[in-house]
Design a protein around this ligand. Structure first.
Ligand SMILES: NC(=O)c1ccc[n+]([C@@H]2O[C@H](COP(=O)([O-])OP(=O)(O)OC[C@H]3O[C@@H](n4cnc5c(N)ncnc54)[C@H](OP(=O)(O)O)[C@@H]3O)[C@@H](O)[C@H]2O)c1
Length: 323
């Protein structure tokens, strides 16, 4: 599958009226890159080839479109690119003004590039869908992953009491990020140890998702980000109705479990948002949020970076540095 990815040359893109042309300094790898590479996302996001992979970046603005008002050449920005216009594994990329935010000045480009997609995902799951409040009990599945490592920190900053699942080697890391209860998913069953949670963020799907319903209090909320979205989560996309029916069928069991346990079940299909990213940027600048980076690869080794992410064992983020 990795053979589908090639390193080569394409023309430098020209910015439209609302675009920033950005000299990419770093871009991070996300499991969505693997889903796009395999074609799994095609029914929802029908990309045309050749396609430059890469959903988030940090870099310098080198030119701006005629209608851009918030940024100027020379600004250092970070962004989660629009879903229909990705392409950050490159020397130059186009970024809509709406999805960009100023890079926190205390972070390197590698650090900043590690945040947009996972940071927005964690924030939107906890606040937009989960409405997590101070004092609530929150379970974050896979606290050592890209999303989990940010979600722990954001949940703590909201005042929640945080439990998380990791393999033992990552216990010290997640405690340092703020997790108060740490469960080794290889030797312990989280659903035998936890109960009365207000909110669960599921990143795993399958059996982990099914067991997550059990640990919620009546009236609690479960948000999953794993696997196929629900038809509701993609209602703003032009998804053909047979695909929508398929998505509905895929999640019948989840909605049944939600009814049985008297909880709310939602799928989050994260969306790029420059304003929310600016808020995360402020937290990064203040030090209330910090990046967790596992490995950095040069752009020429993008296939190795994808393979490492695909191992599912990365602790925090895998980042690509652009020379
Ligand atoms: N819907 C959306 O908008 C959206 C957005 C972002 C991400 N996602 C999805 O969310 C998932 C997570 O993304 P990510 O970037 O956080 O992935 P990731 O960084 O690649 O996750 C790797 C981490 O998962 C941990 N892990 C693996 N199996 C586990 C288990 N059974 N229990 C607990 N931890 C486990 C590993 O820990 P150990 O090495 O310690 O085992 C590793 O630290 C992916 O499926 C991704 O596609 C969806």
């Amino acid at each position: 599958m990795n053979d589908a990815v090639k390193v080569g040359f394409l023309p430098q893109p020209n910015p439209g009226p609302h675009d920033l042309l950005v000299r990419v300094r770093a871009a991070s790898v996300n499991p969505v890159d693997l889903a796009i590479r395999s074609g799994r996302l095609k029914p929802i996001l029908p990309y045309k080839l050749p396609l430059i992979l890469g959903s988030d970046l940090s870099g310098e603005v080198v030119a701006v479109g005629s209608a851009v008002t918030r940024f100027k050449p020379g600004d250092e920005i970070f962004a989660r690119l629009d879903k229909d216009r990705i392409g950050s594994f490159a020397e130059y990329a186009l970024v809509s003004e709406d999805v960009a935010a100023l890079k926190p000045s205390n972070l390197t480009h590698v650090e900043a590039a590690s945040i947009p997609l996972v940071g927005l995902t964690a924030w939107q799951a906890l606040t937009d869908l989960g409405h997590v409040k101070a004092g609530q009990k929150v379970l974050i599945q896979a606290g050592a992953g890209g999303v989990g490592s940010v979600a722990i920190q954001l949940a703590r900053s909201l005042g929640a009491e945080v439990a998380t699942t990791v393999s033992q080697r990552n216990e010290a890391l997640v405690r340092d990020l703020g997790a108060q209860t740490v469960i080794d998913y290889r030797s312990q069953q989280f659903d035998e140890l936890l109960s009365e949670q207000d909110f669960v963020l599921d990143t795993q799907g399958g059996d982990v998702l099914a067991r997550s319903f059990k640990v919620l209090r009546r009236g609690g909320t479960l948000v999953t980000i794993n696997g196929a979205p629900t038809s509701e989560a993609v209602r703003d996309y032009k998804v053909a109705w047979p695909v929508q029916l398929g998505l509905t069928a895929l999640h019948l069991k989840d909605f049944r479990l939600a009814r049985q346990h008297h909880v709310t079940f939602k799928y989050l299909f994260m969306r790029p948002d420059g304003q929310q990213l600016g808020m995360l940027g402020k937290m990064l600048q203040e030090g209330t949020l910090r990046p967790v980076i596992d490995r950095v690869f040069p752009l020429d080794d993008v296939r190795q970076a994808l393979a490492y992410s695909e191992s599912g064992r990365a602790t925090g983020k895998v980042v690509i540095k652009v020379p």
